[in-house]
Design a protein around this ligand. Structure first.
Ligand SMILES: C[S@@+](CC[C@H](N)C(=O)[O-])C[C@H]1O[C@@H](n2cnc3c(N)ncnc32)[C@H](O)[C@@H]1O
Length: 271
């Protein structure tokens, strides 16, 4: 034991929920959460770093931005206010896609954000060529940095949906994934404060909410190879109509772990 401050009292006095305090103290001290719960000494420097993190959390910053990274698939994805925080539902969609196409050759991830889907697919399928696009230059910078830190080559470009992709892969994509923005502009006001700290362009698609998914659906069939597989996350509240946006792709809805319809899953005909 060093002459430091007890982890238990730091957690108890933090004024934020215990599970959040434990996570932040684990980050500040680079120690496992279990050890901290048993009460261990924390150096004054680590206690100061923890105090700064608690202050950010009390000011409403999302926990994951303060921690700085999120595990996703086999990857560790750095996140900050430039990108959406990857969600467990999206990880479910990753598992659905990789279960159906375990060894893809040509992969496209639209609306890549932090690069979470593209990078975890590249890690799981090292022989695949993985292409990703995002309209936000900030997100592209984060995704490129994440690809590098995870040690995978992912082609990442800035622009609207399919526009930046090389024409040479048109009609040969065997796995197309997307987690586009799918809220209507007016739904932003229903969100809680933490979520509102995430980029609004990652959340809302326009006045209706379907705008980006419709645009993906109009073109997806032209990029998929015959038999190519599609997985696209959608709003549970507008899921019923979403499969009909996809031209030349046989689509159906699948539910997430809570039984909510969240994924448009499809295959381009002509196998
Ligand atoms: C819901 S976030 C998803 C991020 C990441 N794929 C994930 O699963 O966490 C949507 C992303 O789509 C991007 N985006 C919005 N409109 C776009 C468009 N028209 N073309 C390309 N990317 C777009 C946003 O910048 C944002 O990064």
């Amino acid at each position: 034991m060093t002459s430091g401050i007890g982890s238990r009292s730091l957690i108890d006095q933090s004024g934020i929920p215990e599970h959040e305090a434990v996570r932040l103290l684990a980050k500040a001290t680079n120690t496992s959460r279990g050890v901290l719960l048993l009460d261990t000494d924390v150096t004054p420097d680590h206690a100061k770093a923890f105090g700064a993190m608690v202050e950010r959390r009390r000011n409403g910053e999302p926990l994951q931005y303060i921690e700085g990274d999120v595990p996703f698939g086999g990857a560790l994805i750095a996140v900050d206010e430039r990108v959406l925080i990857p969600r467990p539902e999206t990880e479910e969609m990753l598992h659905i896609a990789l279960a159906r196409v375990p060894a893809p050759r040509t992969v496209v991830d639209l609306c890549t954000g932090s690069g979470n889907l593209a990078i975890s697919i590249a890690l799981a399928a090292p022989d695949a060529e993985v292409f990703a696009t995002d309209i936000s230059a900030d997100a592209v910078a984060v995704a490129r940095s994440n690809a590098e830190s995870n040690g995978v080559p992912v082609w990442i470009s800035c622009g609207n949906l399919f526009d930046p992709l090389p024409d040479s892969i048109k009609g040969s994509v065997d796995l197309l994934v997307a987690n586009p923005p799918y809220l209507a502009d007016h739904e932003l006001s229903d969100l809680d404060g933490d979520v509102l700290r995430e980029p609004h362009r990652a959340l809302t698609a326009g006045p209706v909410g379907d705008e980006v998914i419709r645009a993906i659906g109009a073109e997806a069939g032209q990029w998929l190879a015959p038999g190519g597989f599609l997985a696209c996350e959608v709003s549970e509240f507008r899921a019923d109509i979403a499969p009909s946006f996809f031209v030349d792709v046989d689509c159906h809805l699948e539910v997430d772990m809570f039984g909510k319809p969240r994924f448009v899953i499809g295959t381009r005909g002509g196998e």
